[in-house]
Ligand binder design. Sequence first.
Ligand SMILES: Nc1ncnc2c1ncn2[C@@H]1O[C@H](COP(=O)(O)OP(=O)(O)O)[C@@H](O)[C@H]1O
Ligand SMILES: [Mg+2]
Length: 242
Amino acid sequence: MTDQPLVKSKRLLKIEDLHTYIGDSHILQGCTLDVGTECVALLGRNGMGKTTLLRSIMGLTPPRSGTIEWKQEAISGNSPNKIANAGIGYVPQGRRLFPSLSVEEHLTLPHRKIDAPAAWTPERVFEFFPELAARRKLSGTRLSGGEQQMLAIGRALVTNPEILLLDEPSEGLSPVANDRVIEICQELLKANISILLVEQNIHVAEALAERIYIILGGRIVHESEAHEFLEDTNLRQKYLGI
Ligand SMILES: Nc1ncnc2c1ncn2[C@@H]1O[C@H](COP(=O)(O)OP(=O)(O)O)[C@@H](O)[C@H]1O
Ligand SMILES: [Mg+2]
């Protein structure tokens, strides 16, 4: 009995033997991983299937076989909207903001109200990201790279997720903006939001993740504590070329 909460917390998101195709291409070839109340990093070179894995979880590129369980309920086959409403927030690679929407509209349109004292609202996002509050009427795409990333994260937060899937949040950002991304993620982890982090920037992964998975050719080929992997120059060279 005493083990129960621990087991549950380790298995918030549980993915088993996931196979996803894009057209006729067999992209994910049996991915198995799980995420609890923690930050887990998914690392791998370009084209290995990281984005496809996140899109499969969100139902945007639905898997052909395998299972995805969220809080012990099967979610694969559900619509992206239903998956998001179940508490899974997605921050896509390249931010995907809309030039026609203001900063504020990016936050008010997807806002999903929940009845909780610490619920995220557009106003709370503005308190969390003062950089955005000062620019609320601007088009989302007129922001700096770092601000755009904050807006993309804020847009996911207003859906009040319990986990965030972050696809290369540091891509194209300055070192200062990267540090801010790390700081933001640390704050979110403290607030018990889990993170599945896809990263090419090893320093960002190192600062945040407790555990890592390596994806190679659509398969998970390595799983370990983050420090075990990052301290092993042979493994790093083998899977990331760094
Ligand atoms: N829309 C698409 N059409 C065809 N192939 C795609 C498409 N999107 C991704 N792929 C292929 O799927 C593989 C994995 O891509 P992706 O998941 O984006 O990798 P990563 O995020 O690790 O860079 C790559 O070989 C890529 O060429
Ligand atoms: Mg990608």
